[in-house]
Write a protein that binds this ligand. Structure first.
Ligand SMILES: Cc1cc2nc3c(=O)[nH]c(=O)nc-3n(C[C@H](O)[C@H](O)[C@H](O)COP(=O)(O)O)c2cc1C
Length: 387
Protein backbone atom coordinates (compact mmCIF):
# COMPACT_ATOMS: atom_id res chain seq x y z
CA UNK A 1 0.00 0.00 0.00
CA UNK A 2 0.98 3.63 -0.48
CA UNK A 3 3.38 2.82 -3.31
CA UNK A 4 3.48 5.30 -6.14
CA UNK A 5 4.73 4.91 -9.70
CA UNK A 6 6.06 8.46 -9.46
CA UNK A 7 6.78 9.00 -5.73
CA UNK A 8 7.94 12.56 -6.39
CA UNK A 9 4.51 13.50 -7.75
CA UNK A 10 2.67 12.59 -4.56
CA UNK A 11 3.79 15.59 -2.47
CA UNK A 12 2.78 17.95 -5.30
CA UNK A 13 -0.42 16.17 -6.31
CA UNK A 14 -1.78 14.27 -3.33
CA UNK A 15 -5.36 14.25 -4.66
CA UNK A 16 -7.35 14.41 -7.88
CA UNK A 17 -8.21 17.98 -6.99
CA UNK A 18 -4.51 18.93 -7.22
CA UNK A 19 -4.44 17.49 -10.74
CA UNK A 20 -7.55 19.54 -11.52
CA UNK A 21 -5.86 22.76 -10.40
CA UNK A 22 -2.82 21.98 -12.56
CA UNK A 23 -4.97 21.01 -15.57
CA UNK A 24 -6.88 24.29 -15.44
CA UNK A 25 -3.62 26.23 -15.69
CA UNK A 26 -2.34 24.13 -18.58
CA UNK A 27 -5.22 24.20 -21.06
CA UNK A 28 -7.06 26.99 -22.84
CA UNK A 29 -10.24 28.26 -21.22
CA UNK A 30 -12.40 26.91 -24.05
CA UNK A 31 -11.12 23.36 -23.40
CA UNK A 32 -11.51 23.79 -19.66
CA UNK A 33 -15.08 24.97 -20.00
CA UNK A 34 -15.92 22.08 -22.33
CA UNK A 35 -14.58 19.59 -19.79
CA UNK A 36 -16.07 21.12 -16.66
CA UNK A 37 -19.44 22.33 -17.73
CA UNK A 38 -22.77 20.78 -16.85
CA UNK A 39 -26.13 21.55 -18.33
CA UNK A 40 -28.38 24.44 -17.21
CA UNK A 41 -27.59 25.78 -13.77
CA UNK A 42 -25.36 22.78 -13.06
CA UNK A 43 -27.64 21.62 -10.27
CA UNK A 44 -26.92 17.99 -11.00
CA UNK A 45 -23.17 18.48 -10.71
CA UNK A 46 -23.77 19.85 -7.20
CA UNK A 47 -26.23 17.07 -6.39
CA UNK A 48 -23.75 14.39 -7.47
CA UNK A 49 -21.15 15.83 -5.15
CA UNK A 50 -23.34 16.52 -2.13
CA UNK A 51 -25.13 13.14 -2.30
CA UNK A 52 -21.78 11.33 -2.30
CA UNK A 53 -20.56 13.50 0.58
CA UNK A 54 -23.66 12.72 2.64
CA UNK A 55 -23.02 8.98 2.71
CA UNK A 56 -21.63 7.73 6.01
CA UNK A 57 -20.08 4.31 6.50
CA UNK A 58 -19.57 2.82 9.96
CA UNK A 59 -16.01 1.53 10.45
CA UNK A 60 -15.46 -1.73 12.33
CA UNK A 61 -12.50 -2.56 14.54
CA UNK A 62 -10.78 -5.67 15.83
CA UNK A 63 -10.15 -7.11 12.39
CA UNK A 64 -6.36 -7.54 12.78
CA UNK A 65 -3.97 -6.91 9.91
CA UNK A 66 -5.87 -6.38 6.67
CA UNK A 67 -4.55 -6.61 3.13
CA UNK A 68 -7.27 -5.19 0.88
CA UNK A 69 -7.68 -6.80 -2.52
CA UNK A 70 -8.85 -4.57 -5.34
CA UNK A 71 -9.00 -6.92 -8.29
CA UNK A 72 -12.44 -7.78 -9.56
CA UNK A 73 -14.13 -9.66 -12.37
CA UNK A 74 -16.75 -8.01 -14.53
CA UNK A 75 -18.38 -9.69 -17.53
CA UNK A 76 -15.77 -12.43 -17.60
CA UNK A 77 -12.77 -10.08 -17.52
CA UNK A 78 -10.56 -9.56 -14.50
CA UNK A 79 -9.50 -5.99 -13.75
CA UNK A 80 -6.83 -4.88 -11.29
CA UNK A 81 -9.21 -2.45 -9.61
CA UNK A 82 -12.98 -1.89 -9.52
CA UNK A 83 -12.94 1.20 -11.69
CA UNK A 84 -12.20 2.34 -15.23
CA UNK A 85 -12.12 5.32 -17.57
CA UNK A 86 -15.48 6.60 -18.86
CA UNK A 87 -15.96 7.64 -22.50
CA UNK A 88 -15.18 11.31 -23.11
CA UNK A 89 -15.80 13.01 -26.43
CA UNK A 90 -13.58 15.63 -28.09
CA UNK A 91 -10.85 14.23 -25.85
CA UNK A 92 -8.00 15.74 -27.86
CA UNK A 93 -9.31 19.21 -27.11
CA UNK A 94 -8.40 18.75 -23.46
CA UNK A 95 -5.00 17.31 -24.35
CA UNK A 96 -3.74 16.29 -27.79
CA UNK A 97 -3.67 12.49 -28.11
CA UNK A 98 -5.25 12.14 -24.66
CA UNK A 99 -6.81 8.84 -25.77
CA UNK A 100 -3.36 7.36 -26.44
CA UNK A 101 -2.14 8.24 -22.94
CA UNK A 102 -5.34 7.11 -21.26
CA UNK A 103 -5.46 3.79 -23.12
CA UNK A 104 -1.75 3.08 -22.52
CA UNK A 105 -1.95 3.79 -18.80
CA UNK A 106 -5.21 1.88 -18.34
CA UNK A 107 -3.87 -1.17 -20.18
CA UNK A 108 -0.62 -1.12 -18.26
CA UNK A 109 -2.43 -0.99 -14.95
CA UNK A 110 -5.19 -3.44 -15.90
CA UNK A 111 -8.31 -1.28 -15.94
CA UNK A 112 -10.69 -0.58 -18.85
CA UNK A 113 -10.45 2.48 -21.06
CA UNK A 114 -13.61 3.43 -22.96
CA UNK A 115 -13.19 5.09 -26.34
CA UNK A 116 -16.04 7.44 -27.30
CA UNK A 117 -17.56 7.47 -30.79
CA UNK A 118 -16.82 11.19 -30.78
CA UNK A 119 -13.29 10.88 -29.45
CA UNK A 120 -10.55 12.45 -31.51
CA UNK A 121 -8.68 9.21 -32.21
CA UNK A 122 -10.01 6.16 -34.04
CA UNK A 123 -10.72 2.64 -32.77
CA UNK A 124 -8.03 1.40 -35.18
CA UNK A 125 -5.41 3.52 -33.40
CA UNK A 126 -6.59 3.01 -29.82
CA UNK A 127 -7.80 -0.64 -29.90
CA UNK A 128 -4.30 -2.16 -29.96
CA UNK A 129 -3.22 0.13 -27.09
CA UNK A 130 -6.21 -0.71 -24.90
CA UNK A 131 -5.65 -4.42 -25.55
CA UNK A 132 -8.34 -6.83 -24.40
CA UNK A 133 -9.41 -4.31 -21.73
CA UNK A 134 -10.75 -1.71 -24.16
CA UNK A 135 -14.43 -0.76 -24.30
CA UNK A 136 -15.97 1.09 -27.24
CA UNK A 137 -18.82 3.55 -26.67
CA UNK A 138 -21.48 3.93 -29.32
CA UNK A 139 -23.43 7.06 -30.10
CA UNK A 140 -25.79 5.39 -32.46
CA UNK A 141 -25.97 6.51 -36.09
CA UNK A 142 -29.49 6.33 -37.53
CA UNK A 143 -28.39 4.50 -40.64
CA UNK A 144 -28.05 0.73 -39.92
CA UNK A 145 -25.27 0.31 -42.48
CA UNK A 146 -23.17 3.00 -40.85
CA UNK A 147 -23.82 1.39 -37.48
CA UNK A 148 -22.82 -2.06 -38.72
CA UNK A 149 -19.69 -0.66 -40.30
CA UNK A 150 -18.72 1.19 -37.14
CA UNK A 151 -19.37 -1.85 -34.95
CA UNK A 152 -17.29 -4.07 -37.20
CA UNK A 153 -14.45 -1.52 -37.12
CA UNK A 154 -14.54 -1.48 -33.32
CA UNK A 155 -14.62 -5.29 -33.14
CA UNK A 156 -11.76 -5.71 -35.60
CA UNK A 157 -9.73 -3.14 -33.68
CA UNK A 158 -9.97 -5.38 -30.60
CA UNK A 159 -12.87 -3.90 -28.64
CA UNK A 160 -14.98 -6.72 -27.24
CA UNK A 161 -17.19 -4.66 -24.93
CA UNK A 162 -19.67 -2.17 -26.35
CA UNK A 163 -21.17 0.65 -24.30
CA UNK A 164 -24.31 2.14 -25.84
CA UNK A 165 -25.16 5.56 -24.43
CA UNK A 166 -28.89 6.18 -24.15
CA UNK A 167 -29.05 9.41 -22.16
CA UNK A 168 -28.38 11.85 -25.00
CA UNK A 169 -31.72 12.01 -26.85
CA UNK A 170 -30.60 15.41 -28.14
CA UNK A 171 -27.68 17.73 -27.43
CA UNK A 172 -28.06 19.54 -24.11
CA UNK A 173 -27.70 23.24 -23.41
CA UNK A 174 -24.35 24.09 -21.91
CA UNK A 175 -24.26 27.82 -21.37
CA UNK A 176 -20.69 27.98 -20.10
CA UNK A 177 -19.46 26.41 -23.32
CA UNK A 178 -21.42 28.93 -25.35
CA UNK A 179 -19.96 31.82 -23.35
CA UNK A 180 -16.46 30.40 -23.81
CA UNK A 181 -17.00 30.49 -27.58
CA UNK A 182 -16.65 26.76 -28.28
CA UNK A 183 -18.17 25.42 -31.44
CA UNK A 184 -18.31 21.71 -32.17
CA UNK A 185 -15.92 20.92 -33.71
CA UNK A 186 -13.74 23.84 -32.63
CA UNK A 187 -13.07 26.70 -35.03
CA UNK A 188 -9.91 28.76 -35.08
CA UNK A 189 -11.10 32.19 -33.92
CA UNK A 190 -8.90 35.09 -32.73
CA UNK A 191 -9.83 34.27 -29.12
CA UNK A 192 -8.89 30.61 -29.67
CA UNK A 193 -5.51 31.70 -31.06
CA UNK A 194 -4.97 34.05 -28.10
CA UNK A 195 -5.77 31.29 -25.62
CA UNK A 196 -3.40 29.02 -27.52
CA UNK A 197 -0.59 31.54 -27.15
CA UNK A 198 -1.17 31.64 -23.42
CA UNK A 199 -0.85 27.84 -23.21
CA UNK A 200 2.21 27.06 -25.35
CA UNK A 201 2.69 23.38 -24.39
CA UNK A 202 -0.92 22.58 -25.27
CA UNK A 203 -0.55 24.56 -28.50
CA UNK A 204 2.70 22.90 -29.59
CA UNK A 205 1.20 19.47 -28.97
CA UNK A 206 -1.98 20.46 -30.80
CA UNK A 207 0.01 21.70 -33.79
CA UNK A 208 1.91 18.40 -33.86
CA UNK A 209 -1.26 16.31 -33.93
CA UNK A 210 -3.47 18.84 -35.72
CA UNK A 211 -6.66 20.46 -34.44
CA UNK A 212 -9.00 18.00 -32.74
CA UNK A 213 -11.12 16.13 -35.30
CA UNK A 214 -13.86 13.58 -34.95
CA UNK A 215 -11.60 11.06 -36.65
CA UNK A 216 -13.83 8.02 -36.07
CA UNK A 217 -16.93 9.44 -37.71
CA UNK A 218 -15.52 11.75 -40.36
CA UNK A 219 -15.28 8.99 -42.94
CA UNK A 220 -19.09 8.65 -42.95
CA UNK A 221 -19.64 12.28 -43.86
CA UNK A 222 -19.61 13.32 -47.50
CA UNK A 223 -17.58 16.38 -46.70
CA UNK A 224 -14.31 16.49 -44.81
CA UNK A 225 -14.95 20.04 -43.60
CA UNK A 226 -15.21 20.15 -39.84
CA UNK A 227 -18.31 22.27 -40.00
CA UNK A 228 -20.07 19.87 -42.37
CA UNK A 229 -19.16 16.86 -40.21
CA UNK A 230 -20.65 18.67 -37.28
CA UNK A 231 -23.94 19.26 -39.17
CA UNK A 232 -23.85 15.67 -40.36
CA UNK A 233 -23.57 14.42 -36.76
CA UNK A 234 -26.43 16.63 -35.60
CA UNK A 235 -28.60 15.39 -38.43
CA UNK A 236 -27.85 11.70 -38.63
CA UNK A 237 -26.40 10.76 -35.27
CA UNK A 238 -28.87 12.28 -32.91
CA UNK A 239 -29.02 9.65 -30.17
CA UNK A 240 -32.82 9.43 -29.95
CA UNK A 241 -32.71 5.66 -30.11
CA UNK A 242 -35.58 3.20 -29.62
CA UNK A 243 -35.78 -0.17 -27.91
CA UNK A 244 -35.94 -1.81 -31.36
CA UNK A 245 -32.72 -0.05 -32.29
CA UNK A 246 -31.06 -1.44 -29.17
CA UNK A 247 -32.33 -4.92 -30.01
CA UNK A 248 -30.73 -4.60 -33.45
CA UNK A 249 -27.44 -3.61 -31.82
CA UNK A 250 -27.75 -6.59 -29.49
CA UNK A 251 -28.18 -8.91 -32.50
CA UNK A 252 -25.20 -7.41 -34.29
CA UNK A 253 -22.72 -7.24 -31.40
CA UNK A 254 -21.18 -10.58 -30.37
CA UNK A 255 -19.38 -9.23 -27.32
CA UNK A 256 -20.57 -7.73 -24.05
CA UNK A 257 -23.20 -5.05 -24.33
CA UNK A 258 -23.51 -2.35 -21.67
CA UNK A 259 -26.30 0.24 -21.65
CA UNK A 260 -25.07 3.56 -20.23
CA UNK A 261 -27.18 6.37 -18.83
CA UNK A 262 -29.87 4.62 -16.78
CA UNK A 263 -31.52 6.35 -13.81
CA UNK A 264 -35.08 4.99 -13.79
CA UNK A 265 -35.60 1.56 -12.27
CA UNK A 266 -37.97 0.41 -15.01
CA UNK A 267 -35.30 1.13 -17.60
CA UNK A 268 -33.21 -1.57 -15.95
CA UNK A 269 -35.97 -4.00 -16.99
CA UNK A 270 -35.76 -2.65 -20.53
CA UNK A 271 -32.01 -3.26 -20.56
CA UNK A 272 -32.45 -6.78 -19.20
CA UNK A 273 -35.19 -7.50 -21.76
CA UNK A 274 -33.09 -6.47 -24.73
CA UNK A 275 -30.34 -8.80 -23.49
CA UNK A 276 -27.83 -6.25 -22.19
CA UNK A 277 -25.00 -7.72 -20.14
CA UNK A 278 -24.66 -4.75 -17.77
CA UNK A 279 -25.92 -1.22 -17.16
CA UNK A 280 -24.24 2.05 -16.21
CA UNK A 281 -26.22 4.13 -13.73
CA UNK A 282 -25.21 7.61 -14.79
CA UNK A 283 -26.47 11.14 -15.25
CA UNK A 284 -23.66 11.84 -17.71
CA UNK A 285 -21.73 13.79 -15.09
CA UNK A 286 -24.54 16.37 -14.94
CA UNK A 287 -24.19 17.28 -18.60
CA UNK A 288 -27.57 16.29 -20.00
CA UNK A 289 -30.66 16.91 -17.83
CA UNK A 290 -30.49 19.34 -14.92
CA UNK A 291 -33.62 17.94 -13.27
CA UNK A 292 -32.10 14.47 -12.83
CA UNK A 293 -31.37 12.93 -9.45
CA UNK A 294 -27.84 12.50 -8.18
CA UNK A 295 -26.49 9.39 -9.82
CA UNK A 296 -25.60 7.84 -6.42
CA UNK A 297 -29.22 8.34 -5.27
CA UNK A 298 -30.50 6.54 -8.36
CA UNK A 299 -27.92 3.82 -7.79
CA UNK A 300 -29.25 3.10 -4.31
CA UNK A 301 -32.79 2.59 -5.64
CA UNK A 302 -31.57 0.40 -8.49
CA UNK A 303 -29.27 -1.84 -6.47
CA UNK A 304 -31.99 -2.38 -3.86
CA UNK A 305 -34.16 -3.91 -6.57
CA UNK A 306 -31.73 -5.36 -9.11
CA UNK A 307 -28.60 -6.40 -7.19
CA UNK A 308 -27.51 -9.78 -8.54
CA UNK A 309 -29.82 -9.68 -11.57
CA UNK A 310 -27.54 -7.69 -13.85
CA UNK A 311 -24.05 -6.25 -13.25
CA UNK A 312 -24.34 -2.59 -12.28
CA UNK A 313 -21.73 0.03 -13.10
CA UNK A 314 -21.86 3.54 -11.67
CA UNK A 315 -20.52 6.95 -12.68
CA UNK A 316 -20.95 10.71 -12.18
CA UNK A 317 -19.18 12.84 -9.62
CA UNK A 318 -16.48 10.36 -8.56
CA UNK A 319 -13.25 12.11 -7.60
CA UNK A 320 -11.54 9.86 -5.03
CA UNK A 321 -11.03 6.34 -3.80
CA UNK A 322 -13.44 7.09 -0.98
CA UNK A 323 -16.15 7.95 -3.53
CA UNK A 324 -15.50 4.59 -5.18
CA UNK A 325 -15.72 2.80 -1.82
CA UNK A 326 -19.05 4.54 -1.14
CA UNK A 327 -20.44 3.54 -4.53
CA UNK A 328 -19.38 -0.08 -3.91
CA UNK A 329 -21.07 0.08 -0.50
CA UNK A 330 -24.22 1.24 -2.33
CA UNK A 331 -24.09 -1.99 -4.31
CA UNK A 332 -22.41 -1.10 -7.59
CA UNK A 333 -20.09 -3.70 -9.12
CA UNK A 334 -17.82 -1.25 -10.88
CA UNK A 335 -17.21 2.50 -11.19
CA UNK A 336 -16.26 4.78 -14.07
CA UNK A 337 -14.63 8.20 -13.86
CA UNK A 338 -14.72 10.81 -16.61
CA UNK A 339 -13.38 14.22 -15.61
CA UNK A 340 -10.92 12.92 -12.98
CA UNK A 341 -8.86 11.17 -15.66
CA UNK A 342 -9.05 14.13 -18.03
CA UNK A 343 -7.68 16.39 -15.27
CA UNK A 344 -4.84 13.89 -14.91
CA UNK A 345 -3.95 13.73 -18.59
CA UNK A 346 -4.27 17.49 -19.07
CA UNK A 347 -2.11 18.12 -15.99
CA UNK A 348 0.74 15.69 -16.62
CA UNK A 349 0.14 13.58 -19.73
CA UNK A 350 0.45 9.81 -19.44
CA UNK A 351 2.31 9.97 -16.15
CA UNK A 352 -0.61 11.99 -14.80
CA UNK A 353 -2.98 9.16 -15.67
CA UNK A 354 -0.75 6.63 -13.95
CA UNK A 355 -0.45 8.89 -10.94
CA UNK A 356 -4.23 9.28 -10.84
CA UNK A 357 -4.62 5.47 -10.86
CA UNK A 358 -2.13 5.24 -7.97
CA UNK A 359 -4.02 7.90 -6.04
CA UNK A 360 -7.38 6.21 -6.50
CA UNK A 361 -6.14 2.69 -5.74
CA UNK A 362 -4.17 3.75 -2.68
CA UNK A 363 -7.16 5.71 -1.43
CA UNK A 364 -9.50 2.73 -1.90
CA UNK A 365 -7.09 0.46 -0.02
CA UNK A 366 -6.59 2.94 2.77
CA UNK A 367 -10.33 3.44 3.23
CA UNK A 368 -10.98 -0.31 3.18
CA UNK A 369 -8.53 -0.74 6.05
CA UNK A 370 -10.10 2.20 7.90
CA UNK A 371 -13.45 0.42 7.55
CA UNK A 372 -12.06 -2.99 8.48
CA UNK A 373 -12.57 -4.90 5.23
CA UNK A 374 -10.28 -6.85 2.91
CA UNK A 375 -12.58 -7.76 0.04
CA UNK A 376 -14.64 -5.51 -2.24
CA UNK A 377 -17.68 -7.71 -1.68
CA UNK A 378 -17.50 -7.07 2.07
CA UNK A 379 -18.33 -3.43 1.30
CA UNK A 380 -21.75 -4.29 -0.07
CA UNK A 381 -23.25 -5.23 3.30
CA UNK A 382 -21.65 -2.46 5.21
CA UNK A 383 -23.65 -0.41 7.67
CA UNK A 384 -24.24 2.94 6.00
CA UNK A 385 -26.59 5.88 6.04
CA UNK A 386 -27.29 8.75 3.68
CA UNK A 387 -27.90 11.99 5.56
C1 LIG B 1 -16.04 16.38 -21.49
C2 LIG B 1 -16.94 15.19 -21.40
C3 LIG B 1 -17.29 14.52 -22.57
C4 LIG B 1 -18.10 13.38 -22.49
N1 LIG B 1 -18.35 12.67 -23.63
C5 LIG B 1 -19.05 11.51 -23.55
C6 LIG B 1 -19.22 10.69 -24.69
O1 LIG B 1 -18.71 10.98 -25.77
N2 LIG B 1 -19.96 9.57 -24.56
C7 LIG B 1 -20.53 9.20 -23.36
O2 LIG B 1 -21.20 8.16 -23.28
N3 LIG B 1 -20.35 9.95 -22.26
C8 LIG B 1 -19.62 11.07 -22.32
N4 LIG B 1 -19.41 11.81 -21.19
C9 LIG B 1 -19.93 11.33 -19.90
C10 LIG B 1 -18.92 10.40 -19.21
O3 LIG B 1 -18.81 9.19 -19.90
C11 LIG B 1 -19.33 10.09 -17.78
O4 LIG B 1 -20.65 9.62 -17.77
C12 LIG B 1 -19.20 11.32 -16.88
O5 LIG B 1 -18.03 12.05 -17.19
C13 LIG B 1 -19.14 10.88 -15.43
O6 LIG B 1 -19.06 12.00 -14.60
P1 LIG B 1 -17.68 12.57 -14.02
O7 LIG B 1 -17.05 13.36 -15.11
O8 LIG B 1 -18.12 13.40 -12.88
O9 LIG B 1 -16.83 11.37 -13.62
C14 LIG B 1 -18.59 12.93 -21.23
C15 LIG B 1 -18.23 13.62 -20.08
C16 LIG B 1 -17.41 14.73 -20.15
C17 LIG B 1 -17.01 15.42 -18.88
Amino acid sequence: MQSYTYPKLYPKYPSVNDLKVKAKKRIPNVAWEYLETGTGDELVIDKNRSALDKINLYPRFGRGKLIPKLSTTLLGQTYTAPYGIAPVGLTGLMWPQAEVYLANAAHRYGIPFTLSTVATETPERIGPLAGDLGWFQLYAPHDPQTRQHLLSRAWSAGFKTLVVTVDVPMPSRRERVVRAGLTTPPKVTPSFVWQGLKHPTWTINTLRRGLPRLRTVEQYSESKSLEQISYFMRDRWRGDISVDYLKAVRDEWKGNLIIKGILHQEDVDLAINIGADAIVVSNHGGRQFDGAPASITALQGITAQYKGRIPIIFDSGVRSGLDIVKALACGTDFVLLGRAFLYAVAALGEQGVRHCIDLLSNDIQNNMVQLGVEGLNDLKDFKMESL
